[in-house]
Design a protein around this ligand. Structure first.
Ligand code: 5AD
Ligand code: SF4
Length: 492
């Protein structure tokens, strides 16, 4: 695991070590020198600002970027008026790309009045050659561009950027490398994401992830367990195991380990009170996993199980490898085995060739599964994916009409499902002082629902029992119970 770096031990007059974390520590030391000199000439410390788009994986990657920027001697800034600005991009839908270009347009002006400012771009969008080409031609003020596969090289790339006036571009097509032992700065002291695998092998026909994140690679269980033990020692009580398809974790390891087995081992780690994971593919969700969840005292009663479509025909065109009936059976089995579970999902509307009948099948699944929440997306055409060249793209107005109907149904169920907890006592992880009313705290239940209740800021980071008094649509108002008070129903 990463320990404090002893900067005195690093000899910058020597050549950089050839590989591994030592090489990156060397470049961190070099960045420290460069940042110190620039700060001296400006007469003030240098600052940085990281903007993250997209999923939990990117959020975790941004914590890694932040860890290195802090080691390099930058101080965090409140906004993009910083000396080093980096966008960790997402390209899963077109919208995310457009936002990045919007931000860059604004930065161009800032940089004119602040020539020493450095602008960097990384993440999934950079893995697309057409994007990099566009940046090279029309956004020449960008100083550094790198992708998802060499994020572990960030210290080295940062040093190159600070030493050069030319744009540094380094995007890899893929990698087998998983580098451990680099600094990470967590956003929350009490909870953390933990990567258990990278990439995806599923090739759902609409999805760009396998092209930009590469093939599936699992971290070794011993590295994962060691990281979680270190996090627990550092005060973390909730972890979220991260992977595009956690249910196929460990299959490609030299000594294969199932995801359920990994969970069993994580459960043993002292100090960790709550375990979450994201994302599960329905086709790989095993009975063993349901069993482990059922027996576990720490795994939260929440499962995110992307449906994408309720029509078997569309599911087939999406290459999801399950039918409507198989999905419904699985959801039923999970609800039967773990009755207090919260189920959430992702749904895409307007996949090429989707007819009204197909869409009605999706509504039917939503009605039957009674999701606690669903993330609904309008299909976005991603160049290079098989779906992009499919005929029968659905007209925009038809998609919009379907999307609105889906959203209404999803919200109706979410309200109903949320209300089922009224009056119960839940264990919540207190995450923050309420942003709108500082006399209130905000806590997250195992089901992922939020509850607001009066309390003191000193409780942030602790797990407490809260009685749910009033349901307000998608969240609750509640009352903190004193430690040791009698409770009649507690769930994780
Ligand atoms: N268009 C719309 N939604 C998409 N997703 C992935 N690719 C696309 C696309 N091309 C959605 C899926 C996935 C979630 C992370 O993003 O629902 O589960
Ligand atoms: Fe994309 Fe499908 Fe992989 Fe999820 S499982 S990342 S939707 S290809």
């Amino acid at each position: 695991m990463y320990n404090e770096i002893d900067w005195e031990q690093i000899d910058l007059t020597a050549k950089a070590p050839l590989e591994g974390p030592k090489r990156q520590y060397y470049f961190m030391a070099r960045c420290r020198e460069l940042v110190r000199k620039e700060a001296e000439s400006l007469g003030r410390p240098l600052t940085f600002f990281v903007t993250t788009f997209g999923c939990q994986m990117n959020a975790r990657d941004s914590e890694k970027l932040t860890g290195i920027l802090l080691e390099a001697g930058y101080l965090p800034a409140e906004n993009e008026d910083a000396d080093f600005v980096i966008y960790n991009t997402c390209t899963v839908r077109e919208n995310a790309n457009l936002k990045v270009y919007g931000h860059l347009g604004l930065l161009k002006h800032k940089k004119k009045s602040k020539p020493h400012m450095r602008i960097a771009l990384c993440g999934c969008m950079m893995q697309e050659p057409l994007v990099v080409e566009k940046l090279k031609n029309s956004y020449q003020f960008v100083d550094l561009i790198f992708g998802t596969h060499n994020i572990f090289q960030f210290a080295e790339l940062l040093a190159r950027t600070l030493e050069s006036r030319k744009t540094v571009i380094d995007v890899w097509e893929g990698t087998q490398e998983i580098m451990e032992d680099l600094p990470v700065e967590r956003k929350y002291p009490f909870k953390s994401g933990v990567n258990i695998m990278f990439g995806c092998n599923n090739f759902c026909s609409y999805c760009i992830v396998p092209y930009v994140r590469g093939r599936e690679r699992s971290r070794k269980p011993e590295d994962i367990l060691q990281e979680i033990k270190t996090l627990a020692n550092d005060g973390v009580s909730e972890i979220m195991l991260l992977g595009q398809n956690v249910n196929s974790y460990g299959k490609t390891l030299k000594e294969p380990v199932s995801f359920a087995e990994l969970l069993r081992q994580v459960e043993q780690i002292e100090g960790i009170a709550r375990i979450r994971f994201m994302t599960s593919h329905p086709k790989d969700l095993s009975d063993e996993l349901i069993e482990v969840m059922k027996e576990s005292k720490k795994i939260c009663r929440h499962l995110h199980l992307p449906l994408q479509s309720g029509s078997t025909r569309i599911l087939q065109a999406m290459n999801r490898r399950y039918t409507k009936e198989q999905y419904l059976e699985l959801a039923e089995k999970i609800r039967r085995e773990i009755p207090d579970i919260s189920l959430t999902t992702d749904i895409i509307v307007g996949f090429p060739g989707e007819t009204e009948e197909d869409f009605l099948e999706t509504l039917d699944v939503v009605r039957r599964v009674r999701y606690d929440n669903a993330y609904t997306f309008i299909y976005s055409k991603r160049t290079g994916t098989p779906a992009a060249s499919m005929e029968q793209q659905v007209p925009e107005d038809v998609v919009k009409f379907r999307f609105d109907r889906l959203l209404m149904l999803v919200q109706e169920h979410a309200r109903r499902q949320t209300a089922r907890f009224a009056g119960t006592v839940q264990e919540v992880l207190i995450e923050e002082v309420n942003k709108h009313d500082s006399s209130l705290l905000t806590g997250r239940m195992g089901s992922n629902l939020l509850v607001h209740f009066p309390g003191d800021a000193s409780l942030v980071g602790s797990i407490r029992s809260v009685q749910l008094l009033e349901c307000r649509g998608f969240y609750y108002m509640g009352r903190l119970l004193q430690a040791g008070a009698s409770v009649f129903h507690v769930s994780k």
